[in-house]
Design a protein around this ligand. Sequence first.
Ligand code: UTP
Length: 279
Amino acid sequence: MIKKCLFPAAGYGTRFLPATKAMPKEMLPVVNKPLIQYGVEEALDAGLNEISIVTGRGKRALEDHFDISYELENQIKGTDKEKYLVGIRRLLDQCSFSYTRQTEMKGLGHAILTGRPLIGDEPFAVVLADDLCVNLEGDGVLTQMVKLYNQYRCTIIAIQEVDPQETNKYGVIAGDLIGDDLYRVRNMVEKPAPEDAPSNLAIIGRYILTPDIFDLIKQTEPGKGGEIQITDALMKQAQNGCVIAYKFKGKRFDCGGAEGYIEATNFCFENFYKTGKAY
Ligand code: UTP
C-alpha cells in the first residue's frame, strides 16, 4: 500500500514574482486555502497520510502552516470562527509531516532525489502543489492513480491533452494505448518545441513512482535548462520496465502562473467557497 506523498516545494516560483520573493509559491491562497493544503487534502483522500515536503530557504511558512498555532486557536476557541480551522486540523490529526531542505535548486528530479531519506525504499506519490487538481464528479486525481498503481504495480504519471502550441511548457510523452485513457510510455521529451513534440499529451504534477527512480535520477545528467529533469529519469524507467501515463478525470489548473491561478480561484470560489465546502 502506498502511504507516502512527497511535495517538492523548493522552487523559486519566479513566474509569480514579486509575490514569491519572501513567501513560498505553495502558500499562495486560492480563495481561503494555500495551494499546498489542497494538495495534502488530495493526498489524504487517496489514503496517503505520510506527507514529506522538500523545502528550501524562505519556505518556513510551510512548516508553520502544518502545525498548531496556540495563540490564535486559543483566541477563537468557542467562537463561530473555529469552523475555519476544521479542515487544517483534520490534516494535522490524520497526517504526519516530515521535511528536508534542498540547498541548491537543481531541478525537479534533484528535488525528488533530495526527498529520498524521507521516502526510503517504497513506492510513493509526488504532488506539485502549484498544479491544483480537482474532480467534482468522483475520485480525486491521486485516488484514481493509486487505484491504477494497485492494478499495474509500476510508475504512473498523470497526463493531459494540451494546446499543441504549448508543448514547450511540459514534458510530453508518446505511448501505446493500452486501455481507457491509459498509455504505455514509449518516449518522453522535456519541453519540446511544437514541431518536435511526439504528441500533445503533457505530463502534469502528479506521479506515483517506484523507488528504483532514485538511482535512475542519480545517473541522470543535467538536461534542459541545466536542471536534473525527472522526465529523463522516467524515460530510462520506461525503457527498462514500465511507465504508464494516465489521462486523468477532472480539471487541472496551473497555479504557477497568473492565468491558471485566477481560473482556479474563480473555480474554487464558485464550487467550494460559495457552497460552504471550503473549510
Ligand atoms: P516549477 O519550475 O514549476 O517551479 O517546478 P518553480 O521553479 O518554483 O517556478 P518558476 O518556473 O520559477 O515560476 C515544479 C515544481 O518543482 C519544485 C517547485 O517547487 C515546483 O513545485 N522544484 C523545482 C523544486 O522543489 N526544486 C527545484 O530545484 C525545482
